[in-house]
Design a protein around this ligand. Sequence first.
Ligand SMILES: Cc1cc2nc3c(=O)[nH]c(=O)nc-3n(C[C@H](O)[C@H](O)[C@H](O)COP(=O)(O)OP(=O)(O)OC[C@H]3O[C@@H](n4cnc5c(N)ncnc54)[C@H](O)[C@@H]3O)c2cc1C
Length: 291
Amino acid sequence: MKIKDLLERPERSKISLEFFPPKDRALWPKFFDTVQRLRGLDPLFASVTYGAGGSTQAATLEIVTTLKRDFALEPMAHLTCVGASAQILRSFLDDLDRAEVANVMALRGDPPQGETAFTPSDDGFQHASDLVRFIAAEYPDMGVGVAGYPEGHPEAVGLKEDLDFLKMKLELGGDFAVTQLFFDNDIYWKFVQRTREAGITKPILPGIMPIFSLKFIQRITSMCGATLPAAFLRDLEQADARGGDAAVQEVGMAHAAAQIQDLLDNGAPGVHLYTMNRSDGCLRIMEQVRR
Ligand SMILES: Cc1cc2nc3c(=O)[nH]c(=O)nc-3n(C[C@H](O)[C@H](O)[C@H](O)COP(=O)(O)OP(=O)(O)OC[C@H]3O[C@@H](n4cnc5c(N)ncnc54)[C@H](O)[C@@H]3O)c2cc1C
């Protein structure tokens, strides 16, 4: 079922989950064990990221197929413009169709490791909007999610331009947006307000990333442009000095739980949890949230 239709059912879970394909095939049993444990949260849908290389793309396909077939989850496959020809895209989307996977997250993707700028393929898939247009024209039955950036995409000319492109993606066929991670809910609420003022009416799902390691989150935020609020960063640094990752995780989980609670209490259309493939931490976070 299309996620946009699921989002209209008030009785359904408001939590969705994001996984990434494990690098090594030997880790798949452990990965599916994680999925099984998190399935207990009754997620509205489960998305699976898409890497820059061919083998990780095949893994995305196989995992979403398995989530649908063996776990009765509503999966969403991420898909990017990196190295994308019309033929490769059709092959991937046909496979999704056959597996009855009804949703795809249309992204531009980041340049492969070692490259600084994004280079479009010969078929001209340069922006996520090109992918959305292609999917809407050739696979009209496919539900489409797109990415939104509450603090602006790092390459954006400006916040207004970035919002215009989000609007464009949603007008071309995107059903909803999932946001980049953020750690201050005010940033999300202000972003939603700006989208509404810009005439966007579709759901904007907040993306929440729990912090399990200070070094890791500092690397991620420096790449994606999300802000770690000063007071929160200080708490994380103090925890790190006191007890390393274990102490950082306690602070990070409490913060994520508080963010999720506030988002749900104040009417966010859902919450998309970047699980980092960590069942224990995510279950502990969700134990603290009244749903
Ligand atoms: C929820 C979420 C999930 C993600 N999952 C993955 C994943 O699975 N795999 C992966 O590789 N990456 C993933 N990413 C990262 C994403 O690929 C990067 O952030 C990428 O740099 C931009 O992707 P986009 O789809 O937002 O691109 P776009 O919407 O194309 O935007 C990219 C930049 O170009 C600008 N722009 C957009 N359209 C135009 C236009 N028509 N003309 C001029 N400028 C334009 C925008 O302002 C922005 O600065 C994810 C990001 C998010 C938020």
